[in-house]
Design a protein around this ligand. Structure first.
Ligand code: NFS
Ligand code: SF4
Length: 641
């Protein structure tokens, strides 16, 4: 049925082969069946915005060069692209909004299942919003913070307050360019308005709005999600755990949480430890209840509780193929509807929980924050009940697991670098200034069946750390790094350059720091702002020797993230191009000219080693502009050679 695909991950390769044997269709099979994929769509030159169309531009210049309304390729490509940004920003930001509501509920209702776990963080957020904290009850502060953050979404006047945490020079630039985000929702709505039939036909102007909406995501919606999750669920601290499908154990009840919001998964993780439920599980002959995560909700509970990770985006169906998943509960985002059909081939119970994300034919237990524990219990009990129904699959028990250390944050990691009692970015800045570190890179994002699974993620990260570049990671890249052992302090001695090794040895950290889920890319923005504020490396993010990459991207969310990094001044590389190749102008603008405006730009490079080298070249360019000292140790990659 399926041709043999290359997988960097052995557990996935085995399970995928087993699925093929059993005629169970998974994502790679559907991908294959979809070939060849539509060239117009890939290049971004089909338009379905009104019903005079659909229209498409002939990329070879022989057929139509404008749609029926007269829109050219530049307009069509730009409109399609910013609509992806609207989708991605909406997803992150709606998540942020929900967390604000949960915080309000926790503050108002003394019986709420959610508590304010980190008062210090709450006070730090209060400070950003000018909420008085002195001599005030913590719940009163929380109410004010919740309301102030809610206002960010629908603000009618002024600009996003959270975005004032960006470096002053960056804020000034955004104001000059007219891209300082006003409110989270407004910028998304304005994308939809401007891109509807017959509105904005100036591609640069369209993209400008895309930048503004993406900034509303990164420095607004996503940042609010991260900050308030730290308040409600605790601020992560370095923690040990395990990753890959091998964590699913035959003798345990395996409950997999998949999706994005810790509001559900965190409660399930707590409830699954309940003595009474554990006893119930034992009475059914199981050796306890194992909770494991997939996608970003996995990262959320890994970061804060050390709950092991079953896998990343492309492994959601494979987890079921083990035959060991008694129940998979999903909330929102990155959930393949194909889960339903795979679940039907096994005993696995699939449950949707969000009114925003149902799957036709799948059991729905609606989750609400008011009855969180009660609903979580119901779900855990359902998993226990289903244990007896295992139907002999699970022969293919993947042995593969890896140890990892996760749980780094804007606050925690640099506390380490500064010594136990000093929270300062000075040592990090000094390491860069003195040439012990070449720079830093954020490597993040999804996996995509159009790329050899995890090969790009791993290769790019290894190449960067080999060249003394500290890597921070989030999302599915973090999961891939975990599965390949890159999140262990010992990894430094195997793969990192000498300078980075010295730092890892002195501080006891891995060369690749797991900063959390995709909304936690906002932690990376904050780190960058703090590095600028610490001094000695220029006065804006665009001065820093840093770069970003999403080596196997697939989601609209990745486009939103990429665009807010670019608009924040970061060189951002992805493997496959954005769907913009149908417009030479848009292509040139996003990969070249935009840098003159915002200091960051997009780059596309499918070869992971070349991609890492492009990032290092950019880092070197910034080091040169800052007149930093030559590197302390010999570098594996020297661009001049
Ligand atoms: Ni991010 Fe998380 Fe993974 Fe991609 Fe999906 S899980 S929000 S979008 S696939 S990194
Ligand atoms: Fe065609 Fe223009 Fe309508 Fe798009 S908006 S479908 S290009 S007529």
């Amino acid at each position: 049925m399926a041709k043999e695909l290359k997988f960097a991950d052995e557990a996935s390769r085995q399970l995928r082969a087993y699925a093929a044997e059993q005629n169970i269709e998974v994502v790679w099979d559907r991908y294959e069946k979809m070939q060849p994929q539509c060239g117009f769509g890939t290049m971004g030159i089909c338009c379905r915005i009104c019903t005079m169309g659909p229209c498409r531009i002939d990329p070879f210049g022989e057929g139509p060069q404008v749609g029926i309304c007269g829109a050219n390729a530049d307009t069509i490509v730009a409109r399609n692209l910013v609509r992806m940004i609207a989708g991605g920003s909406a997803a992150h930001s709606d998540h942020g909004r929900d967390i604000s509501h949960t915080l309000l509920m926790a503050a108002e209702n003394p019986d709420s299942d959610y508590k304010i776990k980190n008062e210090e963080k709450l006070k730090a957020v209060a400070k950003i919003y000018g909420v008085e904290t002195k001599d005030r009850d913590i719940k009163e502060i929380a109410k004010d913070v919740a309301r102030k953050t809610m206002e960010e979404f629908g603000r009618q006047e002024g600009t996003i307050v959270m975005a004032t945490t960006a470096p002053p020079a960056r804020q000034k630039l955004w104001r000059e360019l007219g891209i300082f985000p006003r409110s989270v929702d407004r910028e998304i709505v304005e994308i939809m308005h401007r891109t509807t039939m017959g509105v904005d036909a100036d591609y640069k102007n369209v993209i400008k709005q895309g930048m503004r909406a993406s900034l509303g995501d990164g420095w607004g919606g996503s940042m609010i999600a991260t900050e308030l999750q730290d308040v409600l669920f605790g601020i992560p601290n370095p923690i040990k755990s395990m990753a890959n499908l091998g964590i699913l154990k035959k003798e345990k009840i395996n409950l997999v949480v998949h999706g994005h919001e810790p509001v559900l998964s965190d409660i399930i993780a707590t409830v699954a430890q309940d003595k009474e439920l554990v006893e119930k599980a034992k009475a059914k002959g199981a050796d306890g209840i194992g909770v494991a995560g997939i996608c970003c909700t996995a990262n959320e509970i890994l970061m804060r509780r050390g709950i092991p990770i079953a896998g990343s985006f492309l492994q959601q169906e494979l987890a079921m193929v083990t035959g060991l998943v008694d129940l998979m509960v999903i909330d929102v985002q990155c959930l393949m509807p194909g889960l339903r059909d795979v679940a039907r081939r096994f005993h696995t119970k699939l449950i949707t929980t969000s009114p925003k994300a149902k799957i036709d034919g799948v059991e729905h237990i609606e989750f609400n924050e008011k009855d969180a524990v009660k609903i979580a219990r119901q779900i855990v009990e359902s998993a226990i009940e289903n244990f007896a129904n295992r139907n002999g699959h699970g022969i293919l028990l993947p042995e593969h697991t890896e140890k990892l250390v996760a749980g780094f944050t804007t606050e925690s990691v640099f506390q380490f670098l500064g010594g136990k009692y000093r929270s300062t970015y000075r040592p990090l800045n000094d390491a860069v200034i003195q040439g012990r570190l070449r720079g830093a890179a954020g490597v993040v994002g999804c996996s995509n069946p159009n790329t050899e699974y995890e090969e790009n993620h791993i290769t790019i990260v290894k190449e960067l750390i080999k060249n003394d570049t500290l890597v921070v990671t989030t999302g599915c890249n973090a999961i891939s790094c975990a599965k390949h052992g890159l999140l262990q302090p010992e990894t430094a001695f195997k793969y990192a350059g000498e300078g980075l090794q010295e730092i890892c040895r002195a501080v006891g950290i891995p060369p690749v720091l797991h900063l959390g889920s995709c909304v936690d890319n906002s932690r990376i923005l904050r780190v960058l702002a703090n590095v600028v504020a610490e001094g000695g490396l220029g006065n804006d993010i665009s001065d820093l020797p840093v770069a970003g990459a999403a080596p196997e991207w697939m989601s609209e969310k990745a486009v939103a993230i990429g665009m807010y990094f670019v608009a924040s001044g970061v060189y951002t590389l992805i493997n496959h191009p954005l769907p913009i190749e149908g417009s030479k102008n848009v292509y040139k603008y996003l990969t070249e000219d935009i840098e003159k405006e915002v200091g960051g730009k997009w780059a596309f490079e499918p070869d992971p080693v070349k991609a890492a080298h492009k990032m290092l070249r950019h880092i070197d360019k910034k080091r040169k502009a800052l007149r930093l000292k030559p590197m302390m140790y010999k570098q594996a990659f020297k661009p001049e050679e």
